[in-house]
Design a binder for this molecule. Sequence first.
Ligand SMILES: Cc1ncc(COP(=O)(O)O)c(C=O)c1O
Length: 417
Amino acid sequence: MVENNPQLVTQIRNKFLNVDNCPVSGKRIFFENAGGALTLKGVLEASNEFTSFPDNQGRSNVASEYAMSKIQRGKEDIRLLFNAKSGRVFIGESGTELIFRIIRDAIVSSEEGGNVVGSTLEHPATRSAAIRWSKIFNKKYMSIPHCNADGTVTPQDYEKYINKNTRVATIIHSSPVTGITTKVAKISQTIRRLSPNCFIIIDGIQHASHGIIDVDSYNADAYIISPYKLFSRHGYGVAWLSERLSKVDHDHLIGGPENSWELGTRDAGSYATFSEVVKYFSWLGSTLSSENDPRIRIKIAYEKIKEFEKQLINLMVEGTKDLKGLRYLPNLKAIGGFENESRAGLISIYSDNLDSFEIVRLLREKRIRVHVRKDDHYSGTILKPLGLSSCVRVSICHYNSKEEVLNFLTAMNQICF
Ligand SMILES: Cc1ncc(COP(=O)(O)O)c(C=O)c1O
């Protein structure tokens, strides 16, 4: 319990930078984790080390060998965190760039004709890439409408759209607007049953800081995350590809290794910072058990993260005997409902009589950072069907504290009428 574990919460918070202080504007509570999570102190150190490094990989000197060993270690750590025993892992420019590139190459290399399937829950990176490349390659793009009431999309929804001609299907693991997680393994199973050779591409960018990744159990072809949303830094994205998808024709240097998916000189610092993220999960797992197996430690860490986040969201929704929770505040509603078992670390709310921008402004004045989502190209597919022009996204992480939630609730009790 967050309440029963104040020491662990303090230990966790000590691992991160700028926990309760914005380096630009001073003291604040950070509930904008879906826009970018806090950075680990170890990430800053690893990043600094390699920023100052002039040596490139592939040279015969110790500095070059050191950088290459960090890249190798980083790759092993990505595999460990993803539980990826086969296939390829690599780093690209960002989550969006990797999603575009992987969807394009999957569509380009798939059998002629057929269709490509995604859902309205997905981020515009996935939808834009799938729609664009389907059109160029004469494939029909089909969009599964998500459920407005639950804020998610189910295996049954996919079942209605996938057929034997589906060449590529995309799945979002967790929505950064509704905060609701999908059942990726079951969706993937449904897709495989109906179209065994379909390339299945999963966007795990919102999910990664809230729930375990287990690509070995998904029977999919690609999984993509953005490290700046997983306690690391901006400037790179991470992807895993199945053996099958890694072998399709793709951009690479003629004469160079054909199975390389990395374009240009690698930033050893990105791999080194990712290793710090995996080290953090391992540390958290080791404070909670005596397990030596690194994968089991990661599992234990994620279980605790899930438990902490559920408690924080529950407190936010229900409040205490002295302080009303969000569900009891006048005219306030939640996308996907206040009670939703599949919610992970994020709740998007709106008021019937208060503008979302105004709520964000009032919270900002009280030094609480949340974010407005508008019915634009990012969130329109989720907000428009609800007749909403905006909502307030409150996104937490396991390092947030009970006190921060209570401060937020005090502010919301003053704001809502
Ligand atoms: C689910 C999801 N997909 C894709 C992206 C885009 O990732 P990036 O900012 O790394 O391009 C985001 C960013 O928040 C996201 O939440």
